[in-house]
Design a binder for this molecule. Structure first.
Ligand SMILES: *Cc1c(COP(=O)(O)O)cnc(C)c1O
Length: 415
């Protein structure tokens, strides 16, 4: 008996129910050859520590900081050990104290509330909309509860940044941005990470540049930059950083700021510099893949895509769709059926934290009020990485598989 889903295709393969995807969702591209060569040179030199410099040499880490500052248009860039470290450092550098409340997204990854907790502060979660951005009405309602917002551009979705800044400016809230998924993205032409006081980035393997572990913090603020530099473990060698605030800014800062070691070394910086040089073309390659999957999923009954606003320049290194108001068994069935055909979907709303996913209510160190509107959305989010090792044909196949399996479960539920 012909399957109803195979009937309408003019291309037989397009609706075949048996195709299996063989690629790996965790396989990133290799490091560019120039990066490998530069890394080998650093290893040959034996001088891996960022302050192990000869004469007035800037070194790979300092050069990377200059290049990242130029790329983002920030006055200062500081290369550090991880994205989570960049966030904790930003919180410390703006003066967050133990016990202080910090607003943040309910839809984000564990290192975000983790960074807040690491400085002894207390996360206050703000809801998520069907467009997977922070709920600005909820933010407004909670704006009197804290004077810092750690804004996570989770999965690369940028909210209306003008409205967010208006709300925060009015309430005297300092905005810090978690740009782990938005390196290379912008809202109305202004780069993500450049709206708030500080932008934090990750160069961990699954982000837009890959040094295994690593991160950046960018800011235009002299004092924040000086404190972050001291915090990162510069000792009194801060003058050797790639971008350095004027000496007088350090007058008190250098005595008052604890050293919380989290530097980046030359080896990672050497790997990252050629990746930064080609970041924009990588972003274009991600978006081509994203659009391919999106196109293949569009119009699937029961499945909601997240429409990207015109103001947003995004980086489609992952894609999300919503199965809104599906019951949990059916969502679980979609995940299982796709997995059998080689397509790994992550279910952010699953009741138990699995792999990289978790829900705000699974972070028990940060008690939260129930958020029914957000829970409805979180429960419906399915997520998939789109590594650049996938071809456009791979992406089309992945979309066909999801379309067929969502369709099959949906039809079963209607029957
Ligand atoms: C990966 C990630 C981070 C933290 O980056 P690390 O470099 O792994 O510490 C922060 N926020 C989000 C949303 C992330 O995905």
């Amino acid at each position: 008996m012909p399957n109803p889903l195979t009937r309408t295709g003019n291309n037989r393969k397009e609706y075949a129910m048996t195709d299996v995807f063989k690629g790996s969702f965790t396989q990133q591209e290799s490091i560019p050859e120039e990066g490998i060569a530069a890394a080998v040179e650093v290893m040959r030199s034996g001088r891996l520590h960022r302050y192990n410099l000869v004469g007035d040499e800037v070194g790979e880490t300092g050069l990377l900081e200059r290049e990242f500052a130029a790329y983002t248009g920030a006055r200062y860039a500081l290369a550090v050990a991880s994205g989570g470290y960049a966030m904790a450092t930003a919180l410390r550098a703006v003066g967050v104290r133990p016990g202080q409340k910090v607003l943040t997204n309910a839809f984000t990854l564990a290192p975000v509330p983790g960074a807040i907790a690491s400085v002894g502060a207390v996360p206050v979660f703000v809801g998520v909309t069907e467009d997977l951005v922070i709920d600005l009405d909820d933010l407004e309602a909670k704006s009197d509860q804290a004077d810092i917002l750690m804004l996570s551009h989770m999965r690369g979705h940028l909210c209306d940044m003008e409205r967010l800044m208006e709300i925060c400016d009015r309430a005297g809230i300092t905005v810090l941005e978690d740009c782990a998924h938005t390196m290379g993205a912008a809202w109305k032409g202004r780069a993500s990470g450049r709206w708030g006081k500080v932008g934090c980035y990750s160069t961990q393997t699954y982000k837009h540049m890959n040094s295994g572990e690593g991160g950046f913090l960018v800011t235009d603020d002299d004092e924040i930059a000086a404190r972050a530099t001291m915090l990162s473990g510069s000792y009194m060698l801060y003058g050797r950083n790639g971008t350095v605030p004027p000496e007088e800014i350090f007058a008190d800062v250098k005595y008052e700021t604890p050293n919380v070691s989290g530097r980046m070394d030359h080896l990672r910086a050497a790997i990252l510099r050629p990746q930064l040089a080609r970041l924009d073309s990588q972003c274009a390659a991600w978006n081509a893949r994203y659009r391919k999957v999106e196109e293949g999923l569009r119009g699937t009954p029961g499945l909601r895509l997240v429409e990207r606003p015109e103001e947003e320049r995004f980086v489609g290194s992952s894609i999300q769709f919503l199965l809104l108001d599906w019951d949990e068994t059916a969502v679980g069935e979609v995940v299982a059926r796709c997995l059998r055909r080689g397509v790994e979907l992550k279910w952010f709303g699953g009741a138990e934290p699995v792999g990289f996913t978790s829900r705000y209510d699974s972070w028990r160190y940060a008690p939260s009020e129930p958020m029914p509107k957000s829970d409805r959305i979180l429960k419906s989010i399915l997520d998939m990485r789109l590594p650049l090792t996938f071809s456009l044909e791979d992406c089309a196949l992945i979309a066909r598989i999801i379309r067929a399996e969502v369709g099959a479960v949906w039809q079963g539920a209607q029957a």
